[in-house]
Design a protein around this ligand. Structure first.
Ligand code: DAH
Length: 344
């Protein structure tokens, strides 16, 4: 009996010692040992049950021995468990520590696209002159995009704009000029508006063309508006956009919806007009089309050309952006390459 007890004790203590590295598993193992040795069906309990075979006078001594072994195992188990729990906790704390010295994930703050910056600059200039900013639809009827602008069916001017038709009547607008008609039809005069927006043409992509780009349309209608108003307004616009020294030049041109019509050039802001690579040696840079609103256009929109007159202009937004930032390929504006965009 005595040897058996000694043997049980040694085995138990050895197993406790061998439970191994800290971890939830080791704690389970310790619990297993407790059950195996001290539990209801454990080895010590089984041994106690065998007491009936021990001589009566021996029983107190053996009983005491069993109790001693029991408390020794219990004590060692208790200590090992405590130690293991502490080790497990420490391990967890270590694993869960936040390293505050680690560099944080950078969140990139976006900013406005160069086209937007240029547009806002233009809006600022015209709002300063009392203009309203309006918008027209990107899907237009043939009437607003062509007819009402004095471009009848079969007119050769229609050929100049390769159009995305949706069906016979509807199309993606090729120009923002239709917005003029929408505004005039509202019947509220005078009008002083700019209408920025996206336009579409069936053009091949290259450094200066894109099937989708932007224009800024302008329209002024009032009594006694003359070409002098057009000239003064657009010259002021050019000076604000490109600098005080900027000169403007009007070259006769043809647009169906204006008469007379012109294209406006600005003196090259790079060389001051002497001629450089930027202005291709001419000293001038073309920036917009303009003219006095054609009487037919006024009449079709319900305005009496005998009483009212007006001027209109159309600027390619991308053209302004490219000039302003000296970018030589329009495609860069649409590719969304962050290395390009973050320079503005
Ligand atoms: N819509 C013309 C174009 O896309 C630009 C234009 C020229 C607009 C003269 C105007 C204007 O309002 O008066 O080429």
């Amino acid at each position: 009996m005595k040897e058996k007890l000694e043997q049980i004790k040694e085995e138990a203590l050895k197993q406790i010692e061998l439970t191994g590295a800290a971890g939830a598993q080791a704690l389970e193992k310790l619990n297993e040992i407790r059950v195996n040795y001290l539990g209801k069906k454990g080895e010590l309990t089984t041994l106690l049950k065998a007491m009936k075979d021990v001589a009566v006078e021996e029983r107190p001594r053996v009983g005491q021995m069993v109790n001693e072994v029991r408390s020794e195992i219990e004590e060692v188990l208790e200590r090992a468990t405590e130690k293991m729990k502490a080790a497990v906790l420490e391990g967890r704390l270590k694993a869960e520590t936040i390293d505050v010295t680690l560099p944080a994930k950078k969140s990139n703050v976006g900013h406005r696209h160069p086209n937007t910056i240029a547009l806002e600059e233009m809006e600022r200039i015209f709002i300063g002159m009392g203009y309203e900013v309006v918008e027209g639809p990107e899907i237009e009827t043939d009437y607003y995009n062509f007819e009402a602008l004095n471009i009848p069916a079969d007119h050769p001017a229609k050929d100049e704009q390769d159009t995305f038709f949706i069906n016979g009547d509807f199309l993606l607008r090729t120009q923002t000029s239709g917005t003029q008609v929408h505004e005039m039809e509202k019947g509220k005069l005078p009008i002083r508006m700019i209408a920025p927006g996206r336009v579409f043409r069936s053009d091949e992509v290259d450094a200066t063309h894109s099937p989708s780009f932007h224009q800024v349309e302008g329209l002024v209608i009032d009594r006694h508006i003359t070409f002098a108003d057009l000239k003064g307004t657009l010259a002021e616009f050019a000076r604000e956009l490109f600098g005080e020294e900027t000169k403007v030049k009007f070259r006769p041109h043809h647009f169906n919806f204006t008469e007379p019509s012109a294209e406006m050039d600005v003196s090259c802001f790079k060389c001051g007009g002497k001629g450089c690579r930027f202005c291709k040696g001419s000293g001038w840079i073309e920036i917009l089309g303009c003219g006095m609103v054609h009487p037919n256009v006024l009449t079709m929109s319900g305005i009496d050309p005998e009483e009212y007159s007006g001027f209109a202009f159309g600027v390619g937004l991308e053209r302004i952006t490219l000039l302003k930032y000296e970018i030589d390929d329009m495609r860069l504006l649409y590719e969304n390459d962050i290395r390009f965009l973050k320079q503005f």
